[in-house]
Design a protein around this ligand. Structure first.
Ligand code: UDP
Length: 413
């Protein structure tokens, strides 16, 4: 079987893989443990599913553990999750006890490997308490926070802060997501996996078939936004921009693709608002897709002429990276992590209003050559900055730094 690193070399470029090999060389045989709370579902598991085998292939003795618990444990950690993201939550004592017990139990079962590890990455709050149960730990422990905790519900942060403060360091996705802590803090932005179903290259026939299946006319320009039906993603603003464009480019069609909103009352309400705004326009295609429609989204992103992510508030905005990787310049809201990805006038345009978006869309539709030039830059920009291989490189660099201590110089060979 072809190894994983070769597969990534083909898309990320041989240099990216050489850098990984160089960084990994002094780390051969080092014991690295990742701990999170699930093997499937959610972005963290998705990343670890790829990152762990790659680290193993590079010669690091890497393992991945999942903490588990009962109903009360998950209710508690869900409460932490919502609270850290700013929701006012109340977490009762019995839930908190379930959290503490699940961490104690996991530590009991895995103490040997955790205490022997050179570096332990503890992802998010679920397993954060493990550190306290490993008093004879040999290695460095890093808390990897994947969410935006810039405005936490105070009682939740008051409980968790002393727990995570005991780590040797923490990692956040963006500076804007962090909280002050008394140890070194690192920034590692998210990434996409170029070999996943969402991002692999597709045959033209498949792209056309998916577009046809949803009633899109291949002869006409298509605008697309892929997003949960959430007000912060401003789907109604996208419809307004589309209408402004349509006055000048009558053939334009719009796709708003989002997940099923049935388990999210607010999602349902937003979807209803979007339906009302779309009225009966036959050129607006509202697609409510199943959660695993990765290939469909891949095809829609490739079929689109114009990709928007007109969020008014955004964390990182993975949909932006996904589109840029497919060579599409993105018209993105001037907010959050979109600003890191859309380099105004180079990989896309930053906008704040439907009018601004419409102006840029018309510009792009009338300047196909410029659009292609920007699309090529967009893809290169992702190749250098937002692929899984860069993510791994930063983890390796961090491990090298942690293991090398405070020396002024780190020698890699
Ligand atoms: N996504 C999906 N189906 C949908 C809507 C979104 O699979 O109906 C994916 C999208 O391709 C991206 C992720 O979900 O990979 C959304 O991440 P992003 O950071 O853009 O936004 P979030 O939903 O996390 O705010």
């Amino acid at each position: 079987m072809r190894n994983l690193l070769d597969a990534y070399a083909e898309v990320a470029g041989p240099d990216a893989i050489d850098q990984l090999r160089q960084l990994a060389a002094p780390l051969r045989g080092k014991k690295i443990v990742h701990v999170n709370s699930t093997r499937t579902g959610g972005g963290v598991a998705e990343i670890l599913n790829r990152l762990v085998p790659l680290m193993q292939e590079l010669g690091l003795d890497t393992s991945w553990e999942q903490i588990a618990g009962g109903d009360e444990f998950y209710r508690c950690t869900k409460g932490f999750h919502n609270g850290l993201q700013g929701q006012s939550v109340s977490i009762g004592e019995s839930l908190q006890r379930a959290y503490e017990e699940a961490n104690a139990r996991h530590a009991e079962a895995h103490r040997e490997s955790l205490e022997a590890a050179d570096v332990v990455f503890v992802h998010d709050p679920q397993p954060a308490l493990l550190l306290r149960h490993c008093p004879r730990r040999r290695g460095k422990w890093v808390w990897r926070c994947h969410i935006d905790i810039s405005r936490p519900h105070r009682p939740v942060w008051k409980y968790l802060r002393p727990i995570v403060d005991e780590y040797d360091g923490s990692i956040f996705s963006l500076a804007a997501f962090a909280q002050p802590l008394s140890h070194p803090m690192y920034l590692v932005p998210p990434s996409i996996d170029p070999l996943s179903e969402k991002n692999v290259p597709l045959e033209r026939a498949e792209v056309e078939a998916v577009a046809g299946q949803y009633g899109l006319d291949p002869e006409r320009p298509t605008m697309l936004q892929v997003s949960r039906f959430d007000r912060f993603k401003d789907p109604v603003g996208v419809i307004e921009a589309y209408r402004l464009v349509k006055a000048f480019v009558p053939s334009v069609q719009l796709v708003l693709a989002g997940g099923s909103a049935t388990d999210d009352p607010e999602g349902d309400a937003v979807l209803a608002e979007v339906r009302a705004a779309a009225a009966d326009d036959p050129d607006i295609h509202l697609l409510v897709l199943p959660a695993d429609a990765h290939r469909t989204i891949n095809a829609l992103q490739r079929a689109a002429d114009i990709v928007l992510q007109k969020s008014v508030r955004e964390g990182f905005g993975l949909t932006v990276t996904e589109a840029l990787w497919k060579g599409k310049p993105v018209i993105g809201g001037d907010t959050g992590g979109i600003r890191l990805q859309v380099v105004d006038h180079h990989t896309g345009f930053l906008v704040s209003t439907p009018e601004g978006a419409a102006l840029r869309i018309r510009f792009m539709l009338h300047n196909r050559a410029k659009m292609e030039e920007m699309g090529a830059k967009a893809r290169e920009f992702v190749r250098e900055n937002f692929l899984l291989t860069r993510h791994l490189r930063e983890y390796l660099a961090l491990i090298v730094a942690l293991i090398s201590g405070n020396g002024e110089r780190i020698v890699l060979n």
